[in-house]
Design a protein around this ligand. Sequence first.
Ligand code: F6R
Length: 608
Amino acid sequence: MCGIVGYIGKREASPFLIEGLSKLEYRGYDSAGIAVINNGELKVSKCKGRLANLEDRIKNDPVKGTLGIGHTRWATHGEPSDVNSHPHTNTNGTISVVHNGIIENYLSIKEWLIKKGYEFYTETDTEVIPNLVDYYYKGDILEAVMKAVSKMEGSYAIGVVTTEEPDKLVAVRKDSPLIVGLGQDEYYIASDIPAVLNHTRDVYFLNDKEFVLLTREGVKILSQDGEEIKKEVYHVTWNADAAEKGGYEHFMLKEIHEQPKALRDTMTSRIIPGKPIQLDDITITSEQIKNIKRIYIIACGTAYHAGVVGKYAIEKLARIPVEIEVASEFRYRDPIIDESTLLIAVSQSGETADTLAALRLAKQKGARVIAITNVVGSSISREADDVLYTWAGPEIAVASTKAYTTQLIAMYIIALFFAQNKGTLSNEEIEEIKREMLTLPEKTEEVLKTKDVVQKFASKNYMHKDMFFLGRGLDYAVAMEGSLKLKEISYIHSEAYAAGELKHGTIALIEPGTAVIALATQEDIYDKMVSNIREVTTRGAKVLGFAFEGHTEIEKTVDLARYIPKTLPILAPVLSVVPLQLLAYYMATIKGCDVDKPRNLAKSVTVE
Ligand code: F6R
């Protein structure tokens, strides 16, 4: 995690550095800092807490100069504190570095450098970088960074400046994202595109172990062997407004409301009535699809929950066995993978370290990889064999909402595409599902109108310490996502439970007044779900239940019933998750939590 930025040009660097960091604050926000070079002197300003603290500091003590780097931190090594904040500087105070990632062998490098006379003042892994660069510095900062990087293990995106060469900014990445922004006589580095979007739409995506030298005259990209690399400029077409709040109080609320559009965009040109599903970005052949023996869906967090729905959809529609697993477990358990395996990696950011590592493991063992991601040019999109983009637009709130529902759409598209190729569904069956999918944006708009009811429920229940989310089948998959949303932004402990499993232990936790959210959209198990709800209401639980319109039986058991527009049960998650997102949002805002930047979290998890 962490966000880094850098600027070289003719204007003052610090306004861009602060603005760029504000666009990257979703990547980490426990401290921030900048380093700027002016008249051969390095000035560093950094402090614990939100970026606003740094802005105040700079207002009182301006940082002048036209070359600089900046950092917003999500602590891994060393608590959030002024001293542990980036940028970090070498013992002599001539070289400054911002870093996103983890230097795994930093302890051995540190011991080695201490023996050479270097001094260390922080608990961070990053502090070894400026000192190692200093050790190798013989008058050429690019060469020194190259040598230093060759000794470093782990993940990094780094930006380096030195007082010795005040006309150069050097950067490099491995397993952490980094882009280069191309302006007019000014150039930028950043962890993500929104940081530079007010200044340029032309960017380079860097690959692992590519070095970039930025001067006021231009940008040079080099391989680790020093060979110059020619890159294509990527022109960003989406609007900077997409990453602004647009009148909503929080990004999360805005992104919840953007879901109808995001769903529509993700289906556009892929789901067309009467036409076979055509996936221009997917090259897997019909023959290859028929030869798939096993699919692994690998992801983390919310993307994992989308994968749970994906498993149901692919198995049901395309009749291929699917295992769904969190990436951090999958990669370390020696899974059975061969050429007949397909791995589907799901990741909003396309940069999640564990998901990327799982993808690499699968490829190494001969599997084919399809990525579902929201970020064009992300590491996962570049390393997968095929990519199915979710067209959700930038998701800024740490809690994922529109990424999840568009990932569900991507899962249905893949399931239908496989079914079409394998002939496991008739054309009529495929057309029926497609027709229903196309109604989902409008139905989501309907669901969004029920927000007052959810808000009211939240205002009566926000004081609970625990909550339960119950469901069976696909409703259980959605319950998991609803529970995660609530936990991460409102800090209320909650558990999602497969409703039929409750009586095997967990029901002991139900007592008079326990708040329970029950989902009952799956028609074939509706009666069973109603019985499960009765099991908790009998023990005094207060239940808010969701079912399809017309399924009023639920009213006999719950305290409050809400209905969502009817659709095919397999598509229900797209609609039923929306009130749960709103519930988490209102619970958190009523409690006064920082919804967009919940404690201890960051949006893009680029450490394992
Ligand atoms: C929760 C949330 C996280 C992410 C997870 C994976 O709201 O956003 O659980 O889903 O960190 O991130 P991506 O999808 O970027 O790989």
